[in-house]
Design a binder for this molecule. Sequence first.
Ligand code: GP9
Length: 419
Amino acid sequence: RSEAFEYVKQRGEERRRLEQDGLFGAYKGSNVIVVQAEAFQNFVVGRSIGGREVTPNFNKLMKESAYFSQFYHQTAQGRTSDADFAANCSLQPVTNGSVFIMYAQHSYDCSPSVLKDHGYSAAAYHAYDGGFWNRNAMYANMGYDSFYSKKNFVVDERVGWSVGDKSFFKQSVELMAKEERPFYSFLITLSSHHPYTMPDSEKALDTGELEGTIMGDYLQAMHYADAALGVLVEELKAKGLWDNTIVVFYGDHDNSIKEWELFETFLGRKLNRLDQQMILKQVPLLVHLPDGAHAGVYSGVGGQLDIAPTIMHLLGISTTDKVMLGTPLLTEQPAQEGKIVALRNGAYTDGHVYFNPSGAGESGNSCLDIAALGSAADMNTCQALSEQVNDELYVSDLIVVNDLVPALRKLYAQETGKT
Ligand code: GP9
């Protein structure tokens, strides 16, 4: 317990130092909408096929948002639920199973409850069975006031497992407009779920030689998910919510496509081990601020655990005493020196090296030099970083599995005299 406490305290101190930053509290009181997009990977961003952009709406929104180009998902077997847990609660998922199912009764410092303590209302929106991934139980525990699941949506446009994302967003914004302000809204899309077969009417791309392959279907699904993002922006504008809301959009996890030749066909080049890892693990992150400020491409590394601290930073809510492991990504101060993104399987990157425990690169080394496009990096560099990564994964597990958050809160309060 004291081991976990010292570790968490140190992370809190790192965030406290950033409270001097010019963006800390710059968007105090704004509504917050977080969209977690199903299987939305970074490699499609900015790309075209058959003369059309795959994600035109995302690309347009990028121009007036902070876009994080080296952003990683940190999910394991719990897939969508892991992304949700990492992004909202800033702790690592567990290696086997899903925290949502196995540890739904434990305590956490997740965005909805932290924001509720600061006068926000909080709602989750996902048009599928409320029991899937044990969301009914977990969302109540995370502090949401309401969870709008499939039973709250009219399936007036069927795509894949449920109502299509376009209608899902329209209906969600209707519901959101009635929420008490300021609000926190967490939306999970679904139409771009594996195996990505869209109705013919929604196949708008000419995928050429990829037609009839799972990659061709995936690109069509991404194009649809992107069109839905366009609908969301329009609906928010129409309801007068765009100018007083922080909108965060990120992908949850990879698309499970295993055939690397299909990626090579789409990207038009051979992929080495490093390229493959980057494609597999990177998802996009966009943060659109109410005034459209601080737009640009941010190339510092980040991961889903950083989403909650990033939001709290913009709102000026201190997370020094919160049991969170991430750090704010959108700051005026330069990106945090020495930041490492730890992935659940023990892979990691600091932006200079990428360590892949599950397979060596062409060089026979699992410590890859990013600037040298995947050649072997000095193993000593990785050895030192591996220790830090293992500490993060170990401490996160200690907290999650042993329900340590209440004890850590108490220790913190004792130490700071806030009992
Ligand atoms: C279902 C959706 C899918 O509710 O979240 O989850 P996944 O299969 O991607 O983990």
